[in-house]
Structure formats: C-alpha cells, structure tokens
Design a binder for this molecule. Structure first.
Ligand code: ZN
Ligand code: ZN
Length: 425
C-alpha cells in the first residue's frame, strides 16, 4: 500500500485539540506523522482550503441486509456512507433475521468485508428476536464482535428487561442504545401531536411518549450504573432530562438526527411521506431545544438514522407508508449548512459529534488522527455549494425530504485504513 501525504489542509482533530494547517502522512494503514515533507514516494493529496477530519462515524444506520435487500444492501449502504463522508457506520439489528446470533453478526462482517467500502460495526439485539421478552445471548454476541445493544426499530418496552440489559452490558462495558418511545402512547400516530396535526386531521405522536421513556431509561441507568445511549432525541423535555442526568453523572449519552434539527412538523402540510419518521418531526420549539442541546453538548452525537425504504413502500398513503428517511448522503451537508455556517457549532465540536464521540461510545480506536491510529480520514470541501439530487444517491433508496435543497460543504476524499475509497470528481 503506497503512503499518502495529505498536504496543506486544515486539520481539525478534537482528540488532540488540533485545529491548524498541517501535512498528514499515512503509511501502512495508520496515521504515521505530521509536518513531513514529500519524499517523492507518496501519493500526494492537495488539501488546500479543505478540512482534514478524522473519518466520520455514523452510529445509527439501517443497512437492511439480511432480509430487506429491496431497500438497501450492505454493499449499497456502505457505498452511500462513503459518498456522505463516513468511514464507519454502526448498523441496527432490525433485519430479517434480526441480529441476535453470532452467525448473523459474522454474516454482516463478511458482507462488509466483501463490499470493501467503509467499516461496519454491528449493534446486536437486546432481546432474542427483538421480541422484547428474553435477553439475547449478549456474551456470545460480544465475542462475535457486537459493539453495542439495541432493539431499534422498536424500544425495549419492558422495564425489567431493560434493567437486566444494563446489568448484563456492564460486564462487557457495552452501551444500551434505546429508541425512546412508549408505544401505548403512539398507536396509529402519523406525525407530532400538536396544532399542525390537529389542523391536518392526522393522528398524533405526543412528545410525552418520548419524554416518559427517556426518564425511565435514565432512572434505570442511574440505578444500575449501566451505560445508556438515547437515540434520536427530539423533544424539549427529553433534552432537558438528559442535561440534568449528566449533571448527576449518570452514564448517559445522546444523539440527534439532521432532520430533527433542520425540519419541523409544518412540513407534513405537503402530506409527503418523506416527512414521516419516528420520532416525528416536531414543532419549532422542540427543534430549538435540540439545537440548544447540540450547542451545549447535552447531545453528544449527530447520527442520521439512515432508514431506506423502496419507493413503492413510501408511495403509499401517509398513514400506510413506513417511517424513516435516508440520511447518509445529506447528513454532513446539513450539519455544515444548518449548524456550522450559522455559528451554532464550530468545526471542532461538529467533528467531535460526528467522529470522536461515536467512536468512544462504541469503544473503537477510530475517530482520531493521532499518530498510530487507523488511517481513516475524511477530507471535506467546506465551501462547495451543491444541490441534493436523490437520483444521484448511491443508496438503493431515495426517500429523502431534502430533494432539491441547496447545501454547503461536502466530503471530497474518503480514506479508510489508508486507502482512498471515495473521491468525488
Ligand atoms: Zn429508532
Ligand atoms: Zn433507527
């Protein structure tokens, strides 16, 4: 493997509190050094005017394989990840079969290796079959390489099962990622419950359904000492509960999605199912709370909740269409356009939330450009203007609410393990 010298880029690496123009040398799949001059032996990448970031990590992605290959495959999902600037993704276990055996974890690792795109970390089921009744064989799943546990797609409804999941995961120092929803409160709901749902005559999903589950999970994490990661937080009280729990030193982390900081429930006036997701798009006061939570680091991570659905599924009537949107190829552009450009986050804190923090939560040695770390690097053009064109997505699905949006900033070169895996021309 030839060495690569990335020259004259602005290197932003929160793990070293680095933000300066530098040359970075990659050799033998690792970060090999800084401020070296070319010897003529390396492949040189000119990164003048570019941001050189530790490889971005999206810790909430649905790759759909096995079982739903009409929506996405491991090959197409990881190609979409690269195009979005991600060198690693964590995939969720609501596949068919669900990821609750060593064999399924191995299958995913094997497919990811064959696809040879980005790294894939496996999040395995909390419960056998994602049925919410019995804990999965967590020890075996960890042995097979599972990095965390979740029943996402659905919450862990049973509080006793959740308590035992925390206790078990403590033995392996793994986090439990929960989808915060009390399902008794969200039956048949299509969108956020509020003035807009009332006007449109659509059944609502109340913020309370999320708030109650977040509070329950924080209480259980506090009682057990377990590690809780709250997925896609979207409400005022949810953000507030996490903020207060962190003050008490509860082991809780949280993520927000780009759609929850970029869109409101008003979008549903179009009756377009590409605005239907779970948790739903909320009212503007909730969106402001999510943004405030990102700004004050209550929310540690930005993750896409990439949820591809084949067009024939999303084309159904709003109440019949499945929840979820694709996100891998728009996530970075939305962060730059909606958070960095307006000055809500600086580059260092944005990269922390899209690389270092997810790496730490998942317990991997990535998310850093320290000498010796795996050479996962994302080179970003922070100024380029581009238009979201779903027909150009590498994802197998195109269910995005951002079609036609003008965004600023995009990944240009994506390097995984010292090899250039994506280069935009
Ligand atoms: Zn979820
Ligand atoms: Zn999800």
């Amino acid at each position: 493997m030839p060495s690569i010298l990335i020259q004259n880029g602005r290197v932003v690496d929160p793990s070293q509190e680095m933000d300066r123009v530098a040359n970075v040398l990659l050799a033998d799949g690792r970060i090999a050094g800084y401020d070296v001059s070319p010897t003529g032996q390396e492949t040189v990448i000119d990164a003048t005017g570019r941001i050189v970031s530790p490889g971005l990590i999206d810790m909430h992605v649905h790759l759909r394989e096995p079982g739903f290959e009409e929506d996405e495959t491991i090959e197409t999902g990881t190609a979409a990840a690269l195009a979005g600037g991600f060198t690693s993704v964590a995939c969720m276990p609501n596949t068919e079969p669900p990821i609750d055996t060593q064999g399924t974890v191995e299958f995913i690792h094997d497919r990811a290796e064959r696809a040879d795109n980005c790294n894939v970390f496996v999040v395995a089921c909390v419960s056998k079959g994602r049925e919410g009744k019995e804990l999965s064989e967590m020890g075996q799943l960890v042995e097979a390489g599972a990095v965390a546990f979740s029943d996402d797609g659905a919450p862990v409804d049973d509080a006793e099962l959740m308590r035992r999941a925390f206790e078990y995961c403590l033995m392996f120092d793994k986090p439990v990622l929960n989808h915060p929803e009390i399902r008794e409160l969200t039956q048949r709901g299509v969108m956020h419950e509020g003035l807009t749902s009332m006007i449109l005559g659509l059944s609502g999903i109340p913020a309370a359904a999320e708030n109650v589950m977040i509070s329950r999970d924080i209480a259980l994490a506090e009682a057990t000492g377990g590690r809780l990661h709250i997925m896609h937080v979207s409400t005022i009280d949810g953000v507030d509960a996490i903020r207060r729990a962190k003050c008490r030193k509860v082991r809780v982390t949280a993520e927000a999605t780009p759609h929850h900081f970029a869109l409101t429930d008003e979008c549903l006036r179009t009756f377009d199912s590409n605005f239907k997701m779970n948790p739903p798009l909320r009212g503007s006061e909730h969106v402001e709370a999510v943004i405030a939570g990102l700004a004050d680091d209550t929310i540690d991570v930005i993750a896409s909740d990439h949820a591809p659905h084949a067009i024939e599924k999303k084309m159904r009537e709003l109440d019949q269409a499945p929840f979820g949107i694709v996100g891998l190829e728009t996530s970075l552009g939305l962060v730059i356009t909606k958070l960095i450009e307006p000055g809500i986050l600086d580059w260092s804190s944005a990269i922390r939330k899209m690389s270092l923090n997810p790496a730490r939560i998942l317990g991997t040695d990535r998310g850093t450009l320290q000498v010796g770390a795996p050479a996962d690097v994302t080179i970003i053009n922070p100024k380029v203007r581009w238009k979201v064109d779903p027909s150009a997505f590498l994802s197998k699905s195109a269910n995005t609410p951002f079609a036609g949006w003008e965004l600023t900033g995009r990944a240009e070169t994506v390097i995984v393990g010292g090899k250039v895996k994506f280069q935009r021309d």
